[in-house]
Design a protein around this ligand. Sequence first.
Ligand SMILES: [Zn+2]
Length: 105
Amino acid sequence: MLEKFTPNVEQAIDDIYIKVTPNIAWYIYNDKEDFKCIERLCDQIESDIKRHVDNIDSTEIIIESHNVCIYCGNTPDEDNDTGKPWCCNKAQQDYNKVMMLKEQL
Ligand SMILES: [Zn+2]
């Protein structure tokens, strides 16, 4: 029986960065006003880093987000064929209203 070949490898660096996580425990993530406050906080932290820390080539504020239902706050998983949301009754009512309007056109 043949042994599986294991190639000789070494580590090649693709990217190096330091992740800074702001303290946003007091904010509501999905509130638009709080979101603006969080953006301002990140801008302030970024400028503080640039002012106080040497050897910084660049900084970048990255906000990762995903869609949530405006009624229940859950991810609005939807039926692949119809697009009907599964998360809550209100989202389904919106879907039904839109589909009834489309049928009338
Ligand atoms: Zn919902």
